[in-house]
Design a protein around this ligand. Structure first.
Ligand SMILES: Cc1cc2nc3c(=O)[nH]c(=O)nc-3n(C[C@H](O)[C@H](O)[C@H](O)COP(=O)(O)OP(=O)(O)OC[C@H]3O[C@@H](n4cnc5c(N)ncnc54)[C@H](O)[C@@H]3O)c2cc1C
Length: 387
C-alpha cells in the first residue's frame, strides 16, 4: 500500500490513548474520517490495564465499559502491620477488546496495523512503506516522549499470568502485598485473579533506577507463589513495565520533545498519574475531550490538548511533592512506611488519590502528623518542590 490517504483526524500510535480516541470519535463524530496507525499487529498490543471504579467519571463509563474483561468488588492491601480490605470496585481492560472495538468502529481501511511511522507532523503522517496520510489534524499518541527531561523515580515490575494446579482462592485483587522482603526500594506483589486457577502475579518495585532484572524477578515470583502454597502448572504470559514516577521537570520541554506543534495524547502528553504511572483514567478523559472539540484542525487540536495536559501537570504538583518525599526524603528501605501509613487513611481519600482528585482536606490529612520519613529530609523535599 502506497499513495496518499486523506482524512479529518489521523492518530499516530494505536495504544491505549490512541485507541480510546478512535473509539470516542467514531461514537460521537461518525461523520469524520478517522485513521489510526499502529506499528504492532493489534491495537493496544498485548496488555491488561486496570483501574478503580472511582477513577472514571460516570458520564464517561460508556467508553470503557465494553472493554472491561473482569471486575471485582473491593480489593485488599497487605503490610507487615496492616491488613485491609477496601470497598472500591476494580476492573481490568484487555487489549484484545480494545482491538476488536476499534476494528468494529472504524472502516477496515482506516485501521492500519503493522505500519511503522517514520514521520509525524501537525497535519501529516509518513509510513515506512511510503504511504502519506494527510489530515485536518494529527494526534500523536506513540507513548513516552523524552522522559530524560523529567525528574523521575520508577515503578517497575515483571508480571506473569499463571495457571495453578489448584484454585488460588482469591476473590478480589491484592493491590499491594508488601509483606515480602524489601529489595531495590519499595517492593510489593500485585495479584489479579482471573478464573479459579489463573491469576496475574506481578512483582513490583518503586526504585531509583529503571533497570529490570527479569530473570531474578521471575525467580522471586516463583518463590512468592510457593510461599503461598500455589504450584504453578504453566506460565501463560509474561509482561514487564518500567513506568515513570514524576518528581518534577519542565512540562513544556517535555511536550516539545514529542514534536513541535503536534497535538499529543497519552504518556506522550505527560498524561499519567505522577505516583502510579497509570494513564487509563487520563486516556479516557482525553478521548472524551477530543470527541467534544468543535474544531479538530491542527492548531485548535494542538492548543486544546496542550492546554489540557499543561493544566493536568500543573494541578498535580502535590503528587510530585509526595513522590519527592518518597524518593528523596525516605531511604529506599523506608519507602514501605510511607505506603503503610497511607493505607491507614480514609477509603474515600485513598480513592480520590488514585483518581488524582485529592481535595485540599485530603492533602492536609496526607501531610499531617509525624511523617514516616526523617523530618529534616521531608522539609528539604517540600522546600525543593516550592522552588
Ligand atoms: C505492562 C504494563 C502494565 C500497565 N498497567 C497499567 C494499568 O493497569 N493501568 C493503567 O492505567 N496504566 C497501566 N500501565 C501504564 C500506562 O497506562 C500504559 O503504559 C499505557 O499503555 C500508556 O498509554 P499510551 O497510549 O500513552 O501508550 P501505549 O499504550 O504504549 O501506546 C503507544 C502505541 O504507539 C505505538 N507506536 C510507537 N511508535 C510507533 C511508530 N513509530 N509507528 C507506529 N506506532 C508506534 C506503539 O506500538 C504503541 O501501541 C501499564 C504499563 C505497562 C507497560
Amino acid at each position: 500500500m502506497t499513495g496518499t490517504i486523506q482524512c479529518d483526524v489521523a492518530i499516530a500510535g494505536g495504544g491505549l490513548a490512541g485507541g480510546l480516541i478512535a473509539l470516542a470519535l467514531a461514537a460521537r463524530r461518525p461523520e469524520l474520517a478517522v485513521v489510526i496507525v499502529e506499528e504492532g499487529d493489534a491495537i493496544g498490543g498485548n496488555h491488561i490495564w486496570s483501574f478503580f471504579d472511582t477513577d472514571v467519571e460516570p458520564g464517561h463509563r460508556w467508553l470503557v465499559d465494553p472493554l472491561v474483561a473482569h471486575g471485582w468488588q473491593g480489593y485488599t492491601v497487605l503490610f507487615p502491620r496492616r491488613r485491609r480490605q477496601l470497598p472500591q470496585s476494580y476492573a481490568s481492560v484487555h487489549s484484545e477488546r480494545l482491538d476488536a472495538a476499534v476494528r468494529a468502529a472504524l472502516p477496515a481501511g482506516r485501521v492500519l496495523t503493522g505500519c511503522h511511522l517514520l514521520g509525524v507532523g501537525p497535519t501529516a503522517l509518513v509510513l515506512e512503506n511510503g504511504t502519506r496520510i494527510e489530515a485536518g489534524g494529527v494526534i500523536d499518541a506513540r507513548g513516552a516522549a523524552d522522559l530524560g527531561l523529567l525528574d523521575l523515580g520508577w515503578q517497575k515490575f515483571v508480571g506473569q499470568i499463571v495457571r495453578l494446579d489448584a484454585p488460588h482462592g482469591l476473590e478480589r485483587p491484592v493491590v499491594m502485598d508488601a509483606t515480602v522482603e524489601q529489595i531495590d526500594g519499595y517492593r510489593f506483589v500485585y495479584l489479579l485473579p482471573g478464573s479459579a486457577d489463573t491469576l496475574l502475579i506481578e512483582d513490583t518495585y518503586y526504585s531509583d533506577g529503571p533497570a529490570l532484572d527479569r530473570a531474578a524477578i521471575a525467580a522471586r515470583i516463583a518463590d512468592y507463589a510457593a510461599g503461598r502454597g500455589w504450584r504453578i502448572a504453566e506460565v501463560l504470559r509474561e509482561e514487564s513495565g518500567v513506568l515513570p514516577v514524576a518528581l518534577g521537570g519542565d512540562f513544556e520541554a517535555y511536550w516539545r520533545s514529542g514534536g513541535n506543534r503536534v497535538a499529543k495524547a497519552g504518556v506522550r502528553a505527560g498524561l499519567f498519574h505522577p505516583t502510579t504511572g497509570y494513564s487509563l483514567p487520563d486516556a479516557i478523559r482525553t478521548a472524551m475531550l477530543v470527541a467534544d472539540l468543535p474544531d479538530l484542525t491542527a492548531p485548535a487540536l494542538h492548543d486544546a490538548l496542550h492546554d489540557h495536559a499543561a493544566a493536568a501537570w500543573k494541578g498535580r504538583g502535590f503528587y510530585r511533592l509526595l513522590d519527592k518525599m518518597l524518593f528523596r526524603a525516605a531511604r529506599p528501605v523506608e519507602r514501605i512506611k510511607v505506603f503503610e501509613r497511607f493505607y491507614g487513611l480514609d477509603a474515600g481519600l485513598i480513592s480520590r488519590f488514585y483518581a488524582a482528585k485529592s481535595t485540599v482536606f485530603d492533602r492536609i490529612r496526607i501531610l499531617a502528623g509525624k511523617p514516616p520519613v526523617p523530618v529534616g529530609r521531608a522539609i528539604a523535599a517540600i522546600r525543593e518542590n516550592a522552588k
